[in-house]
Design a protein around this ligand. Sequence first.
Ligand SMILES: O=C(O)C[C@H](O)C(=O)O
Length: 513
Amino acid sequence: MSARPPIREADLVASVADALQYIAVYHPPSFVKSLAEAYEREASPAARDAIRQILINSRMAAFGRRPICQDTGTVNVFVKLGLGARIETTRPLAELINEGVAKAYTDPDNPLRASIVRDPLFGRKNTGDNTPAVVHFDVTAGDALTITVAAKGGGSENKAKFANLAPAASVADWVVETVETLGAGWCPPGLLGIGVGGTAEKAMLMAKEALLEPIDMAELLRRGPASPLEELRLEIYERVNALGIGAQGLGGLTTVVDVKLRSHPCHAASKPVGLIPQCAADRHLTFTLDGSGPARLVPPDLSLWPELDRAEAETKARRVDLDRLTQEEVATWRAGEALLLSGRMLTGRDAAHKRLAEMIRRGEPLPVDLRNRAIYYVGPVDAVRDEVVGPAGPTTSTRMDGFTDLVLDATGLLVMIGKAERGPAAIDSIRRHGAAYLIAVGGAAYLVAKAVKAARVLAFEDLGMEAIHEFVVEDMPVTVAVDTEGTSIHRTGPPQWRRPAITHAGAPLASSS
Ligand SMILES: O=C(O)C[C@H](O)C(=O)O
């Protein structure tokens, strides 16, 4: 039998690029199925509407071949290199992988947002092509090269946690207590990846790798646990969902659709635990190269995506004209109320806020007038073809909390739009200023972008996706998250849906290891 031909450099680069393009637009079918089931089960109207938007968005992204989320992620790559694999190259493997990443993210047919900044400490300048990826290598037996690519959103990655527990401490207790502190910035409903054992870095790596396993919680619930590890997965799944956090932290039945857990031997004195949440933009794919050509990626069966429409939710929503916004009108909005926004809004997120705050502190005139305006915390994907803007879902507002009082004081800004909860100081400032905070659904970026009818950059163009834009929107769906009285939906929603945790067999859950 003749030996296999070597893996060609070009095939490797093309396969990485194709896989990243693929996962940017197609949710894994197992995620869509679980989310559709969660939608059917959901009893909380606010959470149900959020899940509906995520599912509609997922279908639009799959059919329109545009990113599910504006945050097209940090590229995580897991390489399993068979000892006998031959690659026809003189270049380092990571360099080839990064060439594939750059090719995917700058694809003119479907450009993905570049989110990576070169230097995390100083300058924070965007690299422009989303490189470099974070690459992990594992040398295995055999002669194949297996690569898993994942695109991990910043909001969920920001909520990763690690603890070195006492050997007798309960992992389930720690996970449940920790998830309760995470807020909604990780865009639930999603998954939890948990790694137990090894060392600190091993536990975190296992948590990340666990997220790449197929979703099988429905199957596990049906057949019951077959091992202590599966029992623990079930316990955590039931207890986390019993917290009532729900989709987008609005309060509801489903916070996680699955809990993935890996373990590894560890020191007798230790019990390292890594926890990494996965947002609703679950994106990963594995392919194998054996020298026979590039990976052949078959599009999923799109009939799996449920066909839902927004009509029902939108007929109940209050219409708001952003061009005639007054403090009196904003004061009539109540936390939890659904709004449809039309008119002009400004955009600005982390880097723009930092710059605005520096200008305010130096007493310099600002490049935009924020008085009585709304600002949307967003970093959109670049537009293609007839689009006004690419996918443009909200970013985590909590990161803007530190600027809120200063900006509200100095500018007369009236409305902020983002996702997830605001902290106590920001809520207090919103109340004192008679302002309001609204949320769009994180993970519904393409759907939100369809409400944007015109877009232009107004200031800080050098910040790229973080520049200040002006959007003209029509019927953009949002929910009042903090009203002028300081009532926060993220504080009032989840307690209403909190319930005692029961086992899959219906018995009350006592905590285990
Ligand atoms: O960067 C973004 O667009 C969003 C970010 O992933 C977030 O969830 O806050």
